[in-house]
Ligand binder design. Structure first.
Ligand code: FE2
Length: 613
């Protein structure tokens, strides 16, 4: 059974699943070259059909994630910072009305059904419009099924986890009227144990704090997670009046949402509140609420394995806490945990719903996440020649990359199929050696990024136990950079560039099975330096999506002031070479001495630059 999965709103995209295995998956932002663009994913649909070598008549079903939503025919720039104010008149009106009367939630229980009921024609229009576009523009005449948003998240988590049985938890800001679902999956059969309404959304409160700290809600929550390590959870009592855990569920105690939540929360905080401390508070509160909630349901469901998906689990620190819950033997986070994973999730959900033998469905829908487009060497060579950058062909390109890295150069690597999900995992990555603690400052500056969490390491899987504590039960999650671990002393000393101030790192454990070429680079780098890790940050420039094509890579290479570009088996050199590379051990030691202070100062500067210090 071949299913085309579609997500058509935030982080839209498409995927092709055949008998429970993902053949191809890509998100529209990468092809449209607009970060987190919203809108019907025409380019993604064409791309995944091409990658799967399928004609429209060979698709048996189309699975579209979410029952509720607006149809967005054209691209709409993502900007949740104003919580819907810029999302068109009708939606803005509904959201403002709902927000204004939100304090009545609970007293007038008919309000919520009324709110969604009034929007029914909008949802019906979307379903009709999608069916029409699929038929007219893609010649897809097969049945089109719409899948519950959270069930799609849940299926993405379980069917990629490898678990036979598991507790499956989804948590996000909102989808189809819910902010969380809890399922028990035993012998292939799903049982829904609990739902939390959108109104009681923990992830929404994280978004409100992101906004109050001067960043874009729904987009920059990762910055808050990084910033939290520099603060103290001083406003815990205040935040607990707004959101908390009670008797197996999440409760919006403040009874406010969207703009009313922003106003009320801002009023409840001191005039001169500290951004670091507010970040620490929401992180602390979120860890506490999420772990109490999951712990309760894990115990009730008597499950040792926990699989999760939904935007809240983009939070690598919350995921570490889930791993530490007593009784949780193993945790798995779907690599595309936010709505970018919905096309895969919707197709997997429909596979389950159509299956006569659900217990026999594959539990690992992919062997790795390199599920996007790839480009041939002839095209790459032609494009490099056109770009007028000096380049050479290398028979042993991985060895050459390792040599450049060991000599202190920054290398952008573009190879093979693009990654599925938000993380660059070696094929669209910027690489650097991990022993330079000042790298977070100068490389982020070159890339025009503001980050409070250090770069992430890629580590040889066979050496991982020497560098990270508590890997057991989360080794699969660590293949995708979705969870933090406490670092060993050896890691702190050897790789200060990738260890956060709270002594954690969020590694990608690299094996020859997952990515042979990248694994060879790590092996060669270890032979030269004795280090089993390298820095891996996504290959993109400020506020642009990760590069997809060779053209994107060459453009980002030129703008990003990077030293070398490894494009397939070619190496291009940046003739400008703006940065003096660190060659000598003396330089390294000197920089290491300055490192932590420099990064701490950079945090203050970054906040100051944004007018939020
Ligand atoms: Fe979602």
């Amino acid at each position: 059974m071949r299913i085309l999965g579609i997500g058509d709103n935030i982080l839209s995209g498409a995927a092709v699943i055949e008998d429970g295995h993902v053949i191809a998956a890509v998100n529209e932002e990468r092809l449209a070259r607009k970060k987190m663009v919203m809108g019907f994913p025409r380019q993604s649909i064409r791309m995944v059909l091409e990658l799967a070598h399928l004609q429209p008549h060979q698709i048996d079903y189309v699975a579209v994630a979410s029952h509720r939503g607006h149809y967005l025919d054209q691209y709409v720039e993502f900007d949740a910072g104003t919580f819907g104010v810029d999302r068109g008149f009708i939606k803005s009106t509904f959201m403002s009305m709902g927000s204004a009367v939100s304090f009545l939630h609970g007293q007038l229980p008919f309000l919520e059904p009324l709110y969604y009921g009034l929007r029914t024609p909008i949802y019906a229009h979307r379903r009709e419009a999608i069916r029409k576009v699929l038929q007219k523009e893609f010649d897809l005449t097969c049945p089109v099924q719409f899948i519950d948003h959270h069930f799609a998240h849940a299926c993405s988590a379980f069917y990629s986890s490898g678990y036979d049985d598991a507790l499956v938890v989804t948590m996000d800001a909102s989808g189809d009227g819910s902010s969380s679902h809890v399922y028990r999956v035993r012998n292939g059969i799903w049982e829904c144990l609990h739902r939390v309404p959108s109104f009681d959304s923990l992830a929404s409160y994280y978004a409100y704090v992101t906004h109050l700290c001067g960043f874009k809600a729904g987009k920059h929550e990762g910055k808050i997670t990084g910033l939290a390590a520099y603060g103290h959870a001083r406003y815990r009592k205040t935040l607990e009046q707004f959101i908390g855990y009670e008797n197996g569920t999440v409760v919006n105690r403040g009874k406010v949402f969207y703009s009313s939540a922003l106003k009320t929360l801002r009023r409840a905080l001191p005039e001169d509140f500290s951004k670091q401390d507010l970040a620490a508070t929401i992180q602390d509160t979120s860890e506490s609420v999420a772990t109490s909630y999951i712990s309760y349901w894990r115990e009730r469901a008597t499950m040792a394995n926990v699989a999760v998906a939904g935007g809240l689990f983009a939070n690598v620190k919350i995921n570490q806490r889930i791993h530490e819950i007593p009784g949780v033997e193993s945790v798995f986070i779907h690599p595309a945990m936010s709505d970018e994973g919905l096309p895969v999730g919707a197709a997997l959900a429909l596979t389950y719903q159509r299956s006569r033998h659900p217990a026999q469905l594959p539990r690992q829908c992919f062997a790795h996440v390199y599920l996007g487009p790839e480009y041939n060497e002839t095209d790459i060579e032609r494009l490099l020649a056109q770009a007028e950058v000096p380049f050479v062909h290398c028979d042993q390109v991985e060895e050459r990359i390792a040599q450049l890295l060991s000599n202190g150069h920054v290398v952008a690597r573009f190879a093979g199929r693009m990654e599925y999900g938000p993380r660059a995992l070696g094929n669209r990555s910027i690489l650097y050696r991990p022993d330079d603690p000042s790298v977070n400052d100068w490389l982020n500056k070159n890339l025009k990024r503001t980050e409070f969490m250090p770069f992430a390491p890629s580590t040889l899987v066979e050496d991982a136990d020497a560098y990270y504590r508590g890997l057991d039960g989360a080794r699969d999650a660590a293949r995708y950079m979705t969870i933090t671990f406490d670092c060993t002393t050896k890691m702190r000393q050897q790789c200060p560039g990738v260890v956060h101030v709270d002594n954690t790192a969020r590694p990608q454990l690299v094996s020859a099975q997952d990515n042979p070429g990248y694994y060879r680079i790590l092996q060669a780098f270890k032979r030269r330096t004795g280090m089993s890790s390298i820095i891996n940050t996504s290959f993109n420039i400020h506020e642009e999506p990760i590069v997809c094509s060779p053209e994107d890579a060459i453009r980002a290479f030129k703008i990003g002031h990077l030293d070398y570009l490894a494009l397939g088996s070619f190496i291009a050199e940046n003739p400008a070479h703006p940065r003096r590379s660190l060659h000598s051990v003396t330089d390294m030691v000197h920089t290491a001495e300055l490192g932590s202070r420099t990064h701490g100062e950079a945090i203050d500067c970054a906040l100051h630059d944004r007018g939020i210090s």
